[in-house]
Design a protein around this ligand. Structure first.
Ligand code: GLY
Length: 435
């Protein structure tokens, strides 16, 4: 236990950040939880369904851009001991570096270490050096050589923008014509600006995707339960990619032995190489893996909790989240308690119809007070004249836990049906792959 109770600031506005705020608020070591910019859920004094607990968060507006003067003044004034960053957006701006320089504990990797997510080429180089299995790739900065390469390819391939494109920079072309059109988007139309000026063309890998989230203090890891994300908007994995429409755990096809190998042959070697390069990695290391039988390869690394993975697996943590985050920052993970509940979990994301493209906002939300035995995490919601309304594409997520996955799924959909707003949309098959 720490000497005194901590004040914590969570940065971000999604379901992931609501889950982080919730888990921090119920951590025995924590006093106050601030969220910036936050959402409708983190502005409510009472989060219905969240275990019926009377939880208080405060949303604060902190101008989350350089030179970050306002946030530093706020942190000092409110005696905030720990800042937990949710989104890659702020990690890529180097907010952890600014806070660290000011003597504030910030949970998340430095700007340099965040390159594992912000540059796909950087991540591939680290993986090569660490001997981590991943798809073969080539890098291009001009359209002509990329076109030439594509013309000569025989096997199926994937195009990836090197930089951050809010999950939209990857194209899996059905044929060469589609691939050439994608090259036009990157290099001529400059759809992703600077982030898409360099691309990777890599082999297409087949298999089942799985997300592994691990706390890292730079040398040691503590793994949260593996889970599966549902990226496509429609049932049966049809339609365009989204940020994630649901999640479940446990993942049946991943054995204890495979998990051990993932830790020893993928995650730890990456930490070692990162340290050697002077990019010590502290925070959440999120490996997006693809498994075909026992053959497991890395699709990508992210440097933060996944969304909605976080809403699904974090509540299974049976230890103090703030202590864990602080231990990562201080390079001391082996000294703190890390226990996990053995439950199965299912998270369903409720979105606005039209997402991930256009959708309407400001639809009044009702039914949350009728929800029981579930956790409600807000994302695109806000309070408007005393009423909770929709304010984004992904609006809410509902998470349920039980001894079996079947029961967790059934419980979850029972609660989901109680929520109402115009143009509500959600997938009806979350978790089914795990049964
Ligand atoms: N759910 C995928 C992600 O957070 O990147």
């Amino acid at each position: 236990m720490l000497a005194r109770k901590l004040n914590v600031l969570v940065i971000g506005s999604g379901g992931r950040e609501h889950a982080l705020a919730f888990k921090l608020k119920i951590s025995p070591s924590v006093s106050k939880v601030f969220v910036s910019p936050g959402n409708g859920g983190t502005s409510m004094e009472y989060s219905p369904g969240n275990g019926g607990a009377q939880l208080e968060y405060s949303n604060v507006d902190l101008e989350l851009k350089e030179p970050f003067k306002k946030i530093i003044r706020f942190l000092k004034r409110k005696k905030v001991d720990l800042v937990v960053l949710g989104s890659e957006k702020y990690l890529s701006l180097g907010l952890v570096d600014y806070l660290t320089e000011e003597g504030i504990h910030a949970f998340g990797p430095s700007k340099k270490a965040s390159q594992l997510e912000t540059s796909k080429e950087f991540a591939k180089k680290i993986m090569r050096e660490a001997g981590v299995p991943t798809a073969d790739y080539a890098v291009f900065t001009d359209i002509d050589s990329a076109k030439e390469h594509i013309k000569q390819r025989e096997k199926r391939f994937v195009l990836k923008a090197d930089g951050l494109c809010a999950g939209k920079g990857v194209v899996v072309p059905r044929d060469k014509e589609e691939a050439l059109a994608a090259l036009d988007d990157y290099f001529v139309k400059k759809k992703f600006g600077k982030e898409g000026e360099k691309i990777l063309i890599e082999d297409f890998l087949e298999g089942e995707e799985v997300s592994i989230l691990a706390f890292s203090d730079g040398e040691n890891l503590r793994l949260l339960p593996p889970s599966q994300d549902y990226k496509r908007i429609y049932d049966q994995d049809k339609g365009p990619n989204t940020g994630g429409m649901g999640n479940y755990t446990p993942v049946r096809f991943l054995s204890e032995k495979s998990l051990k190998e993932i830790e020893e042959k993928i995650l730890l070697p990456v930490l070692k190489v990162m340290k050697k390069k002077g990019c010590i990695f502290k925070g959440i290391l999120y490996a997006g893996l693809i498994a075909k039988g026992d053959d497991i390869k890395v699709l990508e690394f992210n440097v933060r909790f996944g969304d909605p993975e976080c809403q699904c697996v974090l509540p299974l943590l049976d230890s103090d989240l703030a202590e864990l985050c602080l231990a990562c920052v201080q390079g001391d993970l082996t000294k703190v308690d890390f226990k996990l509940k053995k439950h199965s979990a299912c998270t369903v994301v409720l979105s606005s119809k039209g997402y991930p493209n256009g959708y309407e906002l400001n639809k009044p939300i009702s039914g949350l007070n009728n929800i029981s035995r579930a956790l409600i995490f807000h994302a695109g919601t806000k309070m408007s004249e005393g009423e909770l309304v929709t304010n984004g594409g992904r609006v809410l997520s509902i998470s349920c836990y039980d001894l079996s996955l079947k029961e967790a799924i059934e419980k979850c959909y029972e609660q989901v049906k109680k929520v109402h707003y115009d143009n509500i949309y959600y997938r009806t098959d979350i978790g089914r792959k795990g049964l």
